[in-house]
Design a protein around this ligand. Structure first.
Ligand SMILES: Cc1ncc(COP(=O)(O)O)c(C=O)c1O
Length: 354
């Protein structure tokens, strides 16, 4: 029997450091029998999964399954952008900072960024870029991309999303939402995906699964089928067509079909709230941002950080200020939160730079 060197204690590095929801693992096992059509072609699982997405996003939506979040974002943007056009996004967007230049490489277009403190943009941030419209020397702004929840742990209200969509459409642009953590956002706001995405007028959504209990698999959801024309070809060209598609489909069927998305996000969000409330009781630690979904941003003494990281790993967000990001995931427990807070309190006693 092969032995695996397994990882240690759970940490707070990111919500994709967690494993797979037991229900998801069961779904993977359940479809791991006999032969299934490859690529989802004529596979009844494809219709079943797409029907679940239609229940959430309406009959005019069209959903395509891909491997990962970068692929979902890049392909979604590529679909709506020509190489002389640009996407406007917050500087902190995953699309801009963490996709290794893939959006620029695959779209040929440019990302025009806005520096924001809270990771959010509004129409007034996009407005200055409109001066380039019709000027042949400038890239033409064509798409706005926002993340829900954002990379800074914040949320857009439905009203803010609707305002951005309206502004985009008035100016012949589209609105893309990076929903790698859309389940956490919907649960935190107590709204449905339909209220947040369809009713607000979003054009295309990257729907995340991996950060909320799936092994792999994300979806690109076009809210208007017209915009999806030819997408199956660009997905293949973009190397995101899964050959053993059944394993992505089965995960989404259990994820959307039995409320797993909600239960997992509730747990992650609740643990973030608990963590936020309890970590501030440690002298020298304070919250640096509002906690709105499953991410907690805090400032702590710089000498504490490496010591605490040895016990519960997490990422430093700002080396200068000592801001760290503590992400909770569907499998974060009260014991994990208590363990981190106790460790911080214990280690703080030996830290002399507060
Ligand atoms: C906001 C956001 N979008 C997209 C992704 C998708 O990334 P990946 O390509 O690793 O699945 C991530 C993951 O870190 C993310 O945080």
């Amino acid at each position: 029997m092969t032995e695996f060197r397994i990882g240690g204690r759970k940490g707070f590095a990111s919500d994709n450091w967690s494993g797979v929801s037991p229900d998801v693992m069961e779904a993977l096992r359940a479809v791991n029998h006999a032969h299934h059509p490859a690529y989802g072609e004529n596979d009844p699982l494809l219709e079943q999964a797409q029907e679940l997405f239609r229940q959430h996003f309406g009959p005019d939506s069209q959903t395509f399954f891909v491997y990962n979040g970068t692929g979902a974002n890049v392909l979604a943007v590529q679909q709506l952008l020509r190489s002389w056009e640009a996407v406007v996004a917050p500087h902190s967007a995953h699309l801009n900072e963490d996709e290794g230049g893939a959006p620029e490489k695959f779209t040929g277009g440019k990302i025009l960024t806005v520096h924001t403190e809270d990771g959010k943009i509004s129409p007034s941030d996009v407005e200055p870029f409109l001066n380039s419209i019709g000027f042949q020397h400038h890239v033409q702004p064509r798409l706005i991309s926002i993340s829900q929840s954002t990379e800074k742990g914040t949320l857009y209200s439905c009203g803010e999303i609707a305002e951005l969509a309206r502004f985009a459409h008035q100016n012949n642009m589209f609105l893309h939402v990076d929903g790698a953590r859309i389940a956490n956002a919907a649960v935190a706001m107590d709204v449905s995906f339909r209220e947040m995405i369809v009713d607000t007028g979003v054009d295309v959504l990257s729907f995340g699964g991996t950060k909320n209990g799936l092994m792999f698999g994300e979806a690109v959801v076009f809210l208007n089928k017209e915009l999806a024309r030819g997408f199956e070809y660009s997905r293949k060209q973009g190397m995101q067509l899964a050959s053993k598609m059944r394993f992505i489909l089965a995960q989404f069927i259990v994820y959307l079909g039995n409320g797993l998305w909600k239960r997992n996000a509730e747990q992650a969000n609740n643990m973030a709230r608990l963590l936020a409330d309890s970590i501030v009781s440690v002298p020298g630690i304070s919250l640096s941002r509002p906690v709105q979904a499953n991410g907690v941003f805090a400032v702590m003494p710089k000498k504490l950080i490496p010591r605490l990281q040895k016990e519960y790993f997490f990422h430093v967000w700002d080396e200068d200020t000592g801001e760290v990001r503590l992400m909770c995931s569907f499998d974060t427990s009260r014991e994990d939160v208590d363990g981190l807070v106790h460790a911080a309190r214990r280690l703080m006693q030996n830290v002399d730079d507060r």
